[in-house]
Design a protein around this ligand. Structure first.
Ligand code: IDP
Ligand code: MG
Length: 159
């Protein structure tokens, strides 16, 4: 009972992580998934997906006024993206740290962008920036919902 309660609490925070077309093309899906698994976060949804331009425009609607917006959307629709939802304590903030800074040049070695890419316009991955945005993004990308399951590692990851 206590174990189930703890599992439910640790699952409350979820983040939307997406491997962009360059990350998929470069064969980095496995490396990125591996980092989140090793950290101890729990995968609750994943799919390879090729959404419409309108879907990406919705996802990035906050950036609509930016000069780079049209070319960024052009890049996003060049190929499938790998969409994931990871759950765990602090998943949003820690997920962003694991990705690194928006500009790979500012990303420390050890972070995903710090280790795998160079240009801001080819930064291979997306991660939600707030808990509120994460829930919005999860609803947009996984209208079918996510998967509830209890990891056997739960008690070895959380005290
Ligand atoms: P984030 O992905 O780190 O949250 P945002 O500011 O939300 O960064 O921007 C979304 C994406 O738009 C970035 O990941 C990057 O691919 C792209 N982007 C942001 N700023 C620039 C820019 O100045 N030039 C080209 N692309 C950019
Ligand atoms: Mg962002």
């Amino acid at each position: 009972q206590a174990q189930t309660k703890m599992a439910a609490m640790m699952d409350l925070e979820r983040t939307y992580i997406m491997i962009k077309p360059d990350g998929v093309q470069r064969g980095l899906i496995g490396d990125i998934v591996k980092r989140f698994e090793q950290k101890g976060f729990k995968l609750v949804a994943a799919k390879l997906y090729s959404p419409s331009r309108a879907h990406f425009e919705k996802h990035y609607e906050d950036l609509k006024g930016k000069k780079f917006f049209p070319s960024m959307i052009d890049y996003m629709i060049t190929g499938p993206v790998f969409c994931m939802v990871w759950a765990g304590k602090g998943a949003v903030k820690t997920g962003r740290k694991m990705l690194g800074e928006t500009n790979p040049a500012d990303s420390l070695p050890g972070s995903i962008r710090g280790d795998f890419c160079i240009d801001i316009g080819r930064n291979i991955c997306h991660g939600s920036d707030t808990v509120e945005n994460a829930e919005k993004e999860i609803a947009l990308w996984f209208p079918e919902g996510t998967n509830a399951w209890t990891s056997h590692s739960q008690g070895w990851i959380y005290e």
